[in-house]
Design a protein around this ligand. Structure first.
Ligand code: WT7
Length: 655
């Protein structure tokens, strides 16, 4: 966060209580209701979650035990059997929702599709049967590498239906990144498309898959299922690649949902941590389903008449929980949009809101700041009166952007819910409930009922109001990650040992800094580890550094974030070259391109600074704090006594 943002947040005093008529019709109608839920959950967490599991989900077999907590291993609803695809589809078919729109999809070129619950169910069943035909069994991993088309959601639900574990890889990741993720989870099948549309360009996803699989570099992958989207000649490898529109011919649209144990894995989703290798975050069936369901229902005050639009990509947790699983489990209408605002159509989001009468709109601060820059004329030229709730996620939102969102998009009528959560948490952790919580611009406000969040120091002591500390969670919750795929020790180390356990009490460490104000409101201050947040995308600095040093010209690299007006942070790479290479524009370009190929366009450094040296401690550790100050053009403050060679600072500053 920039100094300016911190400054404005520290002095933020405005509060916005929910309007009386909104509160009267909300699921949670007042702070008294909210507090009653929190008290109940604190006194009897198992009773609280057990009751919700009973009323909100359908079960093939009821659980025996709500929670078994052997820190850091949590088991929720053990002995129970359910299926997420069943909860998202089948159970709605016996109600009036059968012919309700489940998914409204708008493609970037302007094509569109609407699938009712009955139609989505048929598609999912058919794809599930096709997946089975490829020999995929319960517990096998399926990689999904898709543009934002309905088949992305269909593929996820089809896997869930038969108990295959999906691992969605964001379509913007490169072939290299895709290959690493497929190999890490030993995926048997990849579901992809020939391509998609993004920013007025065609992206050719299947080419990336071919590259990822070339030379048998991902040997676990036996088959590739390809959805046709762009009508271009596409190479199809005999025996390995299959067109979806061909293989589905004659396949039954009847496929019963497999009864899954509560703790069977639903999906893996890779996310960046503070070391080089991304972590495969594991979510399981029942707890995740319940948590995505309840957080969607209460935080967005979901009603059957709502048209719910989350603008994320299904490649991220936001898309998993709030495009697919949360809304569908609730029987809501979810909107999926393939496009992003682009120079040829900066008002495209508002067109979608107007065209479909979107009532709940959920996006990221980076998008909001880009809208502000594009000008009020775009939203002002559309009818946005259908909107009733606005949401934001991904990074701290500065009060100025919050106010603009509230006034210009929401017409001062829509509560703004700033939702703090993570890939690891499965769903919202700190968020207003729109009919209950008075909001303060820039604050994610208060924990979701049942969540015991706090701000502590490294020894697990509470921090006084308005002082910064580490954001932690003190009690397990159903949507929490269960492990890092294939690396339980990393799970334990990264999340549960950072703050020392105290008297048998374990603290989940989120990786964020935060402060609580005098009203107990949380103000998230950003990552405290080597993770940076570019346009709401989480990137490990070490990952980008490894990508850079894999280029022959680079001897050493250090990557830091620098405050950016639109993106939140931008990537600055300090690079030391091998002897035979010369710094210059060509190499600058080549290195940026190299990172794009190794990771994807989201990791492209905004700036590369060539240097002959890097500031290091006497033990040889790169001092990123100093590099961050240099990148931001700030004075070097704080202690530099551990710096090995102080002349490095002057050299770096000269650039
Ligand atoms: C990190 C998690 C889960 C949603 C998408 C990102 C930051 C997320 C907020 C918010 C301040 C936020 C945190 C967190 N973050 N939401 N409302 N206010 N910061 O998921 O990729 O797992 O990243 O995003 O730093 O740790 P993710």
């Amino acid at each position: 966060m920039s100094e300016q943002t911190i400054e404005s947040i520290l002095h933020e005093q405005r509060t916005f209580p929910p309007a009386a008529n909104f509160a009267a019709n909300a699921h949670i109608k007042s702070m008294a209701d909210y507090k009653a839920l929190c008290d109940r959950a604190a006194k009897d967490p198992e009773g609280f979650w057990g009751e919700l599991a009973e009323t909100e989900l359908d079960w093939f077999q009821k659980w025996e035990n709500v929670l078994d907590w052997q820190p850091p291993v949590a088991k929720w609803f053990e002995g129970g059997k359910t299926n997420v695809s069943y909860n998202c589809l089948d159970r709605h078919l016996t109600t009036w929702r059968k012919n309700k729109a489940a998914l409204i999809w708008e493609g970037e070129p302007g094509d569109s599709r609407t699938l009712t619950y009955a139609q989505l169910h048929r598609e999912v069943c058919q794809m599930a049967n096709v997946i089975k035909q490829f020999g995929v069994k319960k517990g096998d991993v399926v990689g999904i590498y898709m543009p934002m088309i309905p088949e992305a959601a269909i593929a996820m639900l089809a896997c869930a239906r038969i108990g295959a574990v999906h691992s969605v890889v964001f379509g913007g990741f490169s072939a290299e990144a895709l290959r690493d993720r497929l190999n890490a989870a030993e995926a048997k099948l990849v579901i992809t498309a020939d391509g998609g549309f993004r920013k007025d360009k065609v992206i050719t996803l299947k080419d990336q898959v071919d590259k990822a699989l070339a030379d048998d570099a991902a040997p676990s992958v036996e088959n590739v299922l390809v959805v046709r989207r762009i009508e271009k000649d596409t190479h199809m490898e005999e025996g390995r690649d299959h067109w979806w529109h061909e293989v589905r011919q004659g396949i039954s649209a009847h496929c019963p949902a497999e009864p899954m144990d509560s703790e069977d894995i639903l999906f893996i989703l890779y996310t960046s941590g503070s070391t080089g290798k991304p972590k495969g975050v594991v979510h399981t069936t029942a707890g995740y389903n319940l948590y995505a369901h309840v957080t969607t229902k209460w935080t967005f005050d979901l009603k059957d008449t709502d048209i719910f639009w989350c603008t994320a990509d299904v490649g991220w947790i936001t898309g998993h929980s709030y495009i697919v699983y949360g809304p569908l489990s609730n029987g809501a209408t979810t909107v999926m949009y393939e496009g992003v605002p682009r120079p040829s159509n900066p008002g495209c989001f508002w067109d979608v809101v107007e065209q479909y009468g979107v009532t709940i709109f959920y996006t990221a601060p980076t998008a909001i700041r880009a809208f502000i820059k594009a000008g009020d004329k775009h939203p002002n030229a559309r009818d946005l009166s259908s909107l009733r709730i606005l949401g934001t996620v991904g990074e701290p939102i500065n009060p100025k952007a919050w106010m603009w969102y509230y006034q210009v998009i929401g017409g001062e009528r829509c509560p703004v819910v700033d939702t703090w959560w993570q890939t690891e948490t499965g769903g919202f952790m700190i968020t207003p409930l729109p009919g209950a919580t008075p909001t303060k611009p820039g604050s994610a406000t208060l924990p979701f009922p049942g969540i015991q969040a706090d701000v502590l120091d490294l020894d697990g002591n509470e921090i006084p109001a308005n002082q910064g500390g580490y954001l932690v969670v003190k009690h397990p919750w159903p949507g929490m990650m269960r492990t890092v795929y294939g690396d339980f020790n990393r799970f334990r180390r990264s999340y549960w040992e950072h703050i020392a356990p105290k008297d048998g009490q374990y603290f989940y460490f989120a990786g964020d800094g935060a402060r609580k104000d005098e009203d107990g409101y949380f103000w998230i201050m950003g990552r405290v580890d080597d993770v940076i947040n570019v346009s709401g995308h989480r990137l490990g600095t070490m990952e980008i550094e490894s990508a850079l040093v894999s280029h022959p010209a680079v001897a050493e690299a250090a990557v830091v974030g620098k405050p950016d007006e639109i993106k939140g942070e931008s990537i600055v790479a300090f690079v030391m070259l091998e002897e035979d290479y010369e710094a210059g524009d060509d190499l600058d370009k080549a290195l940026k391109q190299h990172v794009v190929e190794e990771i994807g366009a989201i990791a492209r450094p905004g700036e590369i600074r060539f240097s002959d040296d890097l500031p290091k401690t006497r033990s040889g550790k790169i001092m990123r704090r100093i590099l961050r100050s240099l990148a931001a053009g700030e004075e070097i403050s704080g202690d530099t006594s551990t710096l090995q060679d102080r002349s490095v600072l002057d050299k770096l500053r000269e650039r």
